[in-house]
Design a protein around this ligand. Sequence first.
Ligand SMILES: Cc1cc2nc3c(=O)[nH]c(=O)nc-3n(C[C@H](O)[C@H](O)[C@H](O)COP(=O)(O)OP(=O)(O)OC[C@H]3O[C@@H](n4cnc5c(N)ncnc54)[C@H](O)[C@@H]3O)c2cc1C
Length: 371
Amino acid sequence: MICGITKISLDNYRKPEYFYSGFFIMKNVDYIIVGDGYAALFFAHQLIKNNKSFVLFSEQKKSASQISAGIINPVVLKKFTTFWKAQEQIDFLKRTLNEIESYTGQNYLINAPIHRIFHDEKEKELWLKKSENDELKFFLDKNFDHLKVVKNDFYTGKVNQSARLDVNGFFVGLFGFLENQGCIIKEKFKYSDLNSSLNTYKDFSYKNILFCEGMGVRQNPFFLDIPVNANKGHHIKVNLSQPIPQNITIKKKHFLFPLNEKIYFYGGTYDRDHLHHGIDDSAVEQLKKGLSEFYPYDFSIIEANFGLRPTVKDRRPIIGKHSKFQNMYVFNGLGARGILNGCYFSKSLFDHIEKNIPLPEEVSLERFASK
Ligand SMILES: Cc1cc2nc3c(=O)[nH]c(=O)nc-3n(C[C@H](O)[C@H](O)[C@H](O)COP(=O)(O)OP(=O)(O)OC[C@H]3O[C@@H](n4cnc5c(N)ncnc54)[C@H](O)[C@@H]3O)c2cc1C
């Protein structure tokens, strides 16, 4: 549970190398990464840490990752259960954010624990009972807190070790770093320009190529069949007339937390059915209603945003190698836990490619092979 501080030295960090192909100058890289969300950036971190050269293609759209709330949470707050490798994933994320700090100069972890508002006495009793459980005792705090400003007649339960990622800071910091290193290409990756036999894309020559396009994978002819489904999520940014004194994350229906002194984030919704590219008024209404249920003062909506979560039926990511091209990989299906899944499994994928360590069966693309 202790997170060590590892300094990453960039002394040996390899930038793309250039060579003359006989026709034009080619750039040699160990990896091409397609995509710019959590999957892509946490994998890029593994490459930086291990002195591998790469370029990352970003089509410059707001990814689901950039719309996300940034919640880091080891507990399923409906039923008060936990999930596979929750403690390992949290510890690994904290170590990774320390490593990233050593080259961006900032730590994007915000220690603002989740407070879950109880609906009734029964829920409190269930929480207390579950807090005795071996798996949950490190996460469910036994002391209940009463919060100011919001309605919480039955008090709140604190989730220990929960936190938030400063989502905006994380993307601004990492994109800025990648730009300075010359390894971000701000354009849409065109699948038709990929020569998977020669391992080239335009004037890049690569050893491995990794696709991390989130729901954009639907356009990828190499991984058309991977079973990811979109789950649309909205959030709203609101101005609260009466600020909440503590910097915590409040959970009732959705998550509420401050972005700065005046503006708060509330979200996100879940919708598998209405997947058109635009804001759904009904989702915004749902958020307005959800917030009014526990925030008894006036608030105004400043903006609403949406993103598509790439989800998988068994709620596990999908990581794997193309059946024909042995240096082509996919990293997708991060679901509602993009931060923990993206961070933790980027190392599993790196170790698989570079050290031949098998992927855990639970996340391997091969689990769908015979279905
Ligand atoms: C409202 C909402 C709230 C959420 N809250 C949380 C939360 O609190 N905590 C949490 O852990 N998770 C949260 N999530 C889930 C999380 O955001 C997703 O799991 C995660 O964003 C998926 O990351 P990804 O990198 O796979 O895909 P994405 O974030 O979608 O990134 C893929 C990127 O690849 C780009 N791309 C695609 N094709 C190409 C191409 N051909 N060329 C160049 N670029 C391309 C896309 O434009 C996109 O920017 C939330 C999601 C939503 C929608």
